[in-house]
Design a protein around this ligand. Structure first.
Ligand SMILES: [Mg+2]
Ligand SMILES: [Zn+2]
Length: 368
């Protein structure tokens, strides 16, 4: 959303404020808890008598609760082990127990706060230590996760659905925070999308009147409204290109140099064109550039650093808009007297004039 609509995407999508703050708090609590627990384990155990005392108390509680941890403690079985066990215990066990306990009893916000209050009342010796922080962080995480789950689980859910909601409630906050950070890092400077950045025009009978196999710059005559249409796009910061089939080169009727001279005259009359592409091949040559193949549009896109989704192609016959579709770009047909009715019938978008086609491009809406 940010890549497409820029920083104000919420307003543009008419989207509410979301839960990011809560998710960030939940994730911060979990990370703080884990970090503090790691720190707690890394510390040499029990420098202060007070901490050892409470540690032992908690360690005993943990051992009562958890058989695997009891085995671990026994196996290692040294005098310093209880402190290590507390590290484990305070990381996950007590916090989890508090979280679980409040699941059943949670009814209202005030209830939640009273439970939270109890969670914050740490054993005296643990207060201010990494173990205490781990315990507190774990408690906050547990409470916020439970609250989130309770908010999501509506009455009438089956047990399976509730279990799924409980698990996803723990997964969603860190996932949401990670997603947002990634979005801001990758697309922090994205500008709001404002329609195609590039418009590629067919040349003959779209920008200039078609003089078959014309190699003479003096015969170039702009189509009505062409200059104004291009200038309007330029004012909107849209880049302009021309993609033109010139099979006269393959047929030997004109040279590539003739095409370039005619193109230079087009620029004299219609203003700067950012990118020119023409196909010198004939229908039977099997090239990838002759419209309706997408080659010229793809090349122009690469040269301008644009994606197909940034591009609109405006032309007077079916091939022009078919090439656009083949490239993944938007195609707008501006028919002339020589455009076949069948081509008009199947076109996704048509406009009666160049001016109307530019309206479509700048308005960003799709209309037949
Ligand atoms: Mg044409
Ligand atoms: Zn070609």
């Amino acid at each position: 959303m940010r890549r497409l609509h820029g920083p104000s995407w919420r307003a543009r999508a008419d989207e509410g404020p979301g839960r990011l703050r809560e998710h960030a708090l939940t994730t911060t609590a979990a990370l703080t808890s884990v970090a503090a627990a790691v720190l707690h384990r890394a510390r040499p155990p029990a420098h202060s008598p007070a901490r050892r005392g409470s540690a032992t108390r908690l360690g005993e509680a943990t051992r009562r609760n958890s058989a695997p941890q009891r085995r671990g403690a026994t196996r290692r079985g040294s005098a310093t082990r209880p402190a290590w066990t507390i590290g484990r215990g305070s990381t996950a066990r007590p916090a989890w127990t508090i979280g679980r306990g409040s699941t059943a009893r949670l009814g209202s916000g005030s209830r939640l706060r009273s439970v939270a209050g109890r969670g914050w009342a740490l054993p005296g010796g643990l207060r201010g230590t990494p173990g205490g922080v781990a315990l507190a962080g774990g408690a906050v995480w547990g409470l916020l996760t439970v609250r989130f789950a309770v908010q999501r689980i509506r009455p009438g859910r089956t047990a399976g659905e509730i279990a799924k909601m409980a698990v996803t409630s723990a997964v969603i906050p860190p996932a949401a925070v990670r997603h947002r950070i990634r979005g801001v890092v990758l697309h922090g400077r994205a500008r709001p999308w404002a329609g195609p950045r590039v418009v590629l025009f067919d040349r003959d009978d779209t920008l200039i009147r078609d003089v078959p196999y014309n190699g003479d710059p003096a015969l170039v005559e702009p189509m009505p409204g062409a200059r104004r249409a291009l200038d309007r796009l330029r004012r909107h910061g849209v880049r302009i290109g021309v993609v033109s089939n010139q099979s006269g080169v393959a047929k030997g009727r004109i040279t590539a140099g003739d095409v370039r001279r005619v193109n230079a005259r087009v620029e004299e009359l219609l203003g700067r064109i950012d990118v020119w592409e023409f196909c010198p091949h004939d229908g039977g040559d099997g090239c990838g550039c002759r419209k309706p193949a997408p080659g010229m549009i793809e090349r122009a896109a690469r040269r301008l650093g644009a994606l197909p989704s940034d591009i609109a192609v405006i032309g007077d016959i079916g091939r022009d808009v078919e090439a656009a579709a083949a490239a993944g770009a938007r195609g707008i047909l501006v028919p002339t007297a020589r455009t076949l009715p069948a081509e008009i019938a199947v076109a996704v978008e048509t406009a009666p004039t160049l001016r109307a086609a530019v309206d479509l491009v700048l308005g960003g809406r799709r209309r037949r």
